[in-house]
Design a protein around this ligand. Structure first.
Ligand code: GDP
Ligand code: FE
Ligand code: FE
Ligand code: FE
Length: 187
């Protein structure tokens, strides 16, 4: 699928600000794929569709998580996590993207997972550092992303876990599992 076609499809699913975020993720994912030698077209499509399900209702997302037998522990944690696996499912069934690498980059863009592929890391980091993001620590991750993608990923996970803990938010176990996986590999 071509970029313009993909953007036209996703634009209908998103509010204006979320579409602008998506353009930033696309641009950043293409830069990172070029820098690290990943497939640029896969990175571009995964980035364009990563937040496809962001504005689906909680009821619809919950129904899909149950009916499609996704990990049921998702339902015990924040609904903020749900649009990632539900997005992968809807991008496959509604848009017709069948590339498992792209679908997994969408599926794991919020929590990460152990043994992430380069493409999955690129979408995770691009989502975190795209030019419209402005939270504390983002510039550190931007700098790290140019040098060493795993160090950028570790820092992004540290920031996310710290941010959630400061808000007394429960943390999804896969977020910790991803952090532990990268932390051990960087030792
Ligand atoms: P976005 O969709 O572009 O806003 O970004 P993400 O998909 O990466 O994250 C969506 C939301 O999920 C953010 O508010 C994160 O803080 C939150 N989030 C990420 N990981 C976890 C987690 O482990 N637990 C909880 N409760 N929230 C998380
Ligand atoms: Fe997201
Ligand atoms: Fe993210
Ligand atoms: Fe996003």
């Amino acid at each position: 699928m071509k970029r313009e076609e993909a953007l036209a499809i996703v634009r209908k699913q998103l509010k204006e600000q979320r579409y602008i975020h998506t353009l930033g993720v696309m641009e950043t994912a293409v830069e990172l794929a070029t820098l690290y030698g990943a497939d640029v077209q896969q990175a571009e499509l995964a980035a364009i569709f990563h937040d496809y399900a962001k504005f689906r209702s909680k009821e619809e997302m919950k129904r899909i998580i149950i009916e499609q037998q996704m990990p049921q522990d998702l339902l015990m944690y924040s609904p903020e996590l749900w649009h990632a696996p539900v997005g992968a499912y809807l991008v496959q069934t509604e848009v017709g993207i069948q590339d498992e690498h792209i679908l997994n980059a969408i599926r794991y863009h919020t929590s990460g997972r152990p043994n992430m592929t380069l493409l999955e890391k690129i979408v995770y980091i691009a989502d975190y550092i795209e030019p419209n993001r402005s939270f504390p620590g983002v510039d550190d991750v931007r700098a790290l992303a140019k040098e060493h993608i795993d160090r950028a990923l570790l820092r992004a996970l540290q920031n996310t876990i710290q941010f959630l803990m400061e808000k007394n938010e429960p943390i999804y176990p896969d977020t910790f599992h991803t952090y532990n996986d990268i932390a051990k590999k960087l030792k």
